[in-house]
Design a protein around this ligand. Structure first.
Ligand code: MN
Length: 486
C-alpha cells in the first residue's frame, strides 16, 4: 500500500517548493474523516484518496490539486455531516481553490450512470465539469484509475459498467486532452473486464515477446548511445533511451483494425524512445539511426512538423536492426515527452515553474471546441452538443441528472421555463443543491436545481420580469400575463 511518505517523496522530486506540511495535514484530515471506513477490498478507505493523490503526483500536478485529490471523497463518502458543512470546513482549512475542486468532484459524483444510451449525456457532463475547471477532470481521472485498479472487489455487473464507462467516456476525453499515458492506463485496466478471454490470450502471447525484445534492445540502446551520446562526435545530450511496451488494448485494436492473425506484423510491440534536449537534436538522432540501420519504407513519420490532431508530437522510424530484427524508434524532446504523456496536465506543471507561460484556459477550450467540431461532423448530435461557447453560459442539472444550458446569471425561473411553460407558471420556490433557495437566486454551473410548484397558482408574477435572463422566460411570462388580464 502507498504511504503518505511515498507521496511526499514523489512531490518533493518535481516540486521542491511545495508546502509539504499542508499536504501531510490534508492527509491526516482525510484519514480522520474516513476513519473506520473500508473499501470493498477490505483496505482502509484512506488508501483510495492516497492512491488518487499519487496518480495526480504522477502527472506532476501542483499541491492544491493533490490536496483536493486527498479530500475528494470527504463530502460524499463520510456519513457524519452533510456535504455543505464538509465543504465549508475544507474551504476554511485548505482554501477556496481546493474547496472549489472538491465541490466539482462531488457534483460530478452525483451523476448516476444509466446505460450506454446515455453516453452523450455523460459526455456533456464531463464537458460541464471541464467548463468549470479542467483540474476537476484530472482528479476524476486519478480517482477512476484507482477504482479500476481495485475493481476486482466489486460485483461483476458493476465491473462491466465501470469498465464500459471508462472505455466510452473517460479514455476518449483523456485522449482528446492529449493525456496519452492516462488514456493508456484507463484502457488497459478496463480491457480485462470487457473482453476477459481476448485479454488473457493476448497477455499470454505478448509477455514472452516483451521479455525477449527487451533483452535485445539493451544492446541496441548501447550501440545508439555510443553513436549519438555525449562521448560521440555529435555530443548530443541524451536524457534517456528506454523501451516502451505497447499497451495491450492498443495491440488488440491494431490486430482488429488491420485484420492481422498474429503479432508478427506489429513492429512497435516494444519501441525505443530517445529523449533529447532540442528539436534539432531529434532530427540529428534520426539521421544517426538511419546511418546505423536501414529504415523501412513508408515508416518514417514526422509528427513534430505535423502533430497528430490531439497534439501528439514525435519522430517515428522503423528500421531493420541488428540480426534482422525490426525496431521502431520514437524520438522527442524532454518537453514534448512530458506533453505526450500528460497533455494538458503538463501545462500546469510548466506554468507552475514559470518556464512555459501558456494561457492554459484558452488552450483546452480550443481543444474542446475542435473536438466538438469533429463530433458534429461525424455524428448527428448537433442538438445534443449544442454548447456554443463556454463563456457566458452555465450548465445546471435537473434532479434526474439532465443538463440544462443557460445564459450566465440565470435564475430558477429561467430554468423552469426552459424545461416547461407550466413549470414556470406554477413555480413558487426552488431547491438548489438540496437547499431551499429564492427564485431569483443566480444559478452557478453544476448546480442541481429542483423547482417547487404550487398547483393552484394561475399565472406568473410580473416581478419576475425584473430578473429573468432568458428570452424564452420573458416571452412566456408576458404572454401569460396578457392572457390572465383578459
Ligand atoms: Mn473517489
Amino acid at each position: 500500500m502507498i504511504t503518505i511518505d511515498d507521496l511526499i517523496q514523489k512531490i518533493k522530486f518535481y516540486a521542491p517548493n511545495a508546502d509539504l506540511d499542508l499536504v501531510r495535514l490534508a492527509f491526516e484530515y482525510a484519514k480522520k474523516a474516513h476513519s473506520g471506513q473500508k473499501r470493498l477490498s477490505g483496505e482502509p478507505y484512506i488508501s483510495h484518496p492516497l492512491a488518487t493523490a499519487m496518480n495526480l503526483a504522477e502527472m506532476k500536478l501542483n499541491q492544491d490539486i493533490i490536496i483536493a485529490g486527498l479530500l475528494h471523497d470527504i463530502p460524499e463518502e463520510t456519513r457524519s455531516e452533510n456535504p455543505e458543512t464538509a465543504l465549508r470546513e475544507i474551504k476554511h482549512n485548505f482554501g477556496e481553490e481546493v474547496a472549489f475542486m472538491v465541490r466539482g468532484i462531488t457534483k460530478l459524483g452525483k451523476i448516476k450512470y444509466r446505460g450506454m444510451e446515455r453516453y452523450l449525456e455523460n459526455l456533456r457532463k464531463m464537458f460541464v465539469a471541464m467548463a468549470a475547471d479542467v483540474r476537476v477532470i484530472f482528479i476524476k481521472f486519478a480517482d477512476r484509475l484507482h477504482n479500476l485498479e481495485t475493481l476486482g472487489a466489486q460485483p461483476s455487473s458493476k465491473q462491466k459498467r465501470i469498465a464500459m464507462e471508462t472505455m466510452e467516456i473517460y479514455a476518449p476525453i483523456a485522449n482528446r486532452l492529449g493525456m496519452g499515458e492516462i488514456k493508456g492506463r484507463l484502457e488497459d485496466l478496463s480491457f480485462p473486464y470487457l473482453y476477459p478471454k481476448e485479454f488473457e490470450k493476448l497477455k499470454k502471447e505478448v509477455t514472452p515477446r516483451y521479455k525477449a525484445k527487451e533483452e535485445y534492445l539493451k544492446k541496441v540502446r548501447i550501440k545508439l548511445l555510443k553513436s549519438a551520446g555525449q562521448f560521440s562526435p555529435q555530443r548530443i545530450k541524451v536524457y534517456s533511451i528506454h523501451g516502451r511496451t505497447k499497451r495491450l488494448w492498443s495491440i488488440h485494436k491494431k490486430l482488429q483494425q488491420k485484420g492481422y492473425e498474429d503479432l508478427s506484423k506489429i513492429y512497435d510491440l516494444v519501441a525505443l524512445r530517445v529523449i533529447v534536449e532540442t528539436v534539432a537534436e531529434c532530427y540529428t538522432v534520426l539521421g544517426i539511426i538511419h546511418q546505423l540501420w536501414k529504415p523501412l519504407k513508408g515508416r518514417i513519420k514526422d509528427y513534430i512538423a505535423q502533430p497528430k490532431p490531439n497534439g501528439y508530437q514525435s519522430l517515428h522510424t522503423t528500421v531493420f536492426c541488428d540480426d534482422g530484427e525490426i525496431v521502431e524508434f520514437q524520438i522527442r524532446t524532454k518537453k514534448i515527452h512530458e506533453e505526450a504523456e500528460y497533455g494538458i496536465a503538463s501545462h500546469w506543471y510548466y506554468d507552475e515553474r514559470g518556464s512555459m507561460p501558456v494561457s492554459k484556459d484558452l488552450k483546452w477550450v480550443r481543444e474542446l471546441t475542435k473536438w466538438k467540431k469533429e463530433l458534429e461532423e461525424n455524428q448527428k448530435y448537433l442538438e445534443a452538443l449544442k454548447i456554443d461557447v463556454f463563456q457566458n453560459r452555465i450548465f445546471v442539472f435537473t434532479p434526474k441528472g439532465d443538463v440544462i444550458d443557460l445564459p450566465e446569471n440565470s435564475t430558477p425561473i429561467d430554468f423552469a421555463y426552459t424545461l416547461h411553460s407550466d413549470l414556470g407558471d406554477k413555480c413558487t420556490r426552488a431547491k438548489i443543491n438540496e437547499q431551499i433557495a429564492k427564485i431569483d437566486t443566480k444559478l452557478q454551473s453544476g448546480d442541481v436545481v429542483e423547482i417547487i410548484i404550487d398547483k393552484n397558482r394561475k399565472a406568473p408574477s410580473a416581478d419576475w420580469l425584473k430578473f429573468v435572463k432568458t428570452n424564452a422566460a420573458r416571452h412566456k411570462i408576458k404572454s401569460r400575463l396578457r392572457a390572465a388580464k383578459k
